[in-house]
Design a binder for this molecule. Structure first.
Ligand SMILES: Cc1cc2nc3c(=O)[nH]c(=O)nc-3n(C[C@H](O)[C@H](O)[C@H](O)COP(=O)(O)O)c2cc1C
Length: 196
């Protein structure tokens, strides 16, 4: 059986459990893509898993617009000054949120976005979450998306784009060695960093 990287994990964890944890460790922001296209089946899988995300009161205040338009992608990349991944990606997904449907829409769509990134990792794709939310550049980008994609302005926000494709770079997985920070964990009260 293929070894996973989660060897120092919980004893007696199932292989499936190890693999799931590995996917979360392996998810990295991929900013270089090959020319290879991604299939409709892969796009649908990413969206299916995005829509499995937790969300308050199960209101699912999200929509997703699948973009395969190199000219628009180039314009967005120019506007946001993020080259080359936005125009190089075979698919860019505009993550939309509906503030009138739920006051927690930004958290709900963020959970969906993270799910999408994890699904991309699981199927061997790479992705970048693009969304310098609440900046002048992003406001312009949102306006461009509203116009280009005919997204109704009054009811729908676009907090993020996800550029997805086949990775042309390899980044090391995260894990205890680089991410786990005991100083950020508190047991029982703020001053205690050891389990009691
Ligand atoms: C809300 C949000 C917005 C982000 N916006 C961008 C962005 O505009 N451009 C970009 O290259 N990466 C963006 N990222 C990715 C982060 O830069 C990346 O997650 C972080 O550097 C950690 O690297 P890792 O994802 O490989 O662990 C964004 C991530 C989040 C959660």
């Amino acid at each position: 059986m293929k070894k996973t990287i989660a060897e120092e994990s919980i004893p007696e964890l199932t292989y499936e459990g190890e693999v799931a944890l590995d996917v979360m460790r392996k998810r990295r922001t991929i900013r270089h893509f090959t020319d290879e296209d991604i299939s409709q089946k892969e796009v649908e899988t990413l969206l299916e898993i995005a829509m499995c995300a937790p969300n308050r009161l199960d209101r699912r205040p999200w929509h997703f617009v699948v973009i395969r338009d190199k000219e628009l992608q180039r314009q967005l990349a120019d506007l946001l000054r993020v080259h080359p991944y936005l125009e190089a990606a075979p698919v860019v997904i505009a993550v939309c949120g509906l503030p009138k449907v739920s006051p927690t829409w930004i958290m709900d769509v963020s959970a969906a976005t993270e799910n999408m990134l994890l699904a991309a990792t699981a199927v061997g794709l790479g992705a970048t979450w693009v969304g310098p939310h609440d900046t002048v550049l992003w406001d312009r980008c949102e306006g461009m998306l509203h116009d280009a994609l005919a997204i109704p302005r009054d009811d729908i926000r676009i907090p993020a784009l996800v550029a997805v494709g086949h990775p042309a770079q390899e980044l090391p997985p995260h894990g205890k060695h680089d991410r786990f920070d005991p100083a950020k964990v508190h047991y029982g009260n703020w001053g205690t960093h050891e389990p009691t």
